[in-house]
Design a protein around this ligand. Structure first.
Ligand SMILES: [Zn+2]
Length: 57
């Protein structure tokens, strides 16, 4: 792989979620080159499962 294989503007697509360093991250990868990144989830926005309607299903 040379640097020419890295695009100027990546075509990000989400490929899943992982835990990393004790936190949750969404993994994004470029459709056109090998670049990927991990987007950390914001802990401030986490809601407890019991507070959601999901828990009542
Ligand atoms: Zn790319």
């Amino acid at each position: 792989m040379s640097e020419e294989d890295i695009c100027e503007r990546h075509a990000w697509t989400s490929v899943g979620v992982v835990t990393r360093d004790g936190g949750v991250c969404r993994i994004w990868e470029c459709e056109n080159c090998p670049v990927w990144t991990a987007q950390p989830f914001d802990a401030e926005h986490e809601r407890s499962w019991d507070e959601t309607w999901l828990a009542e299903r």
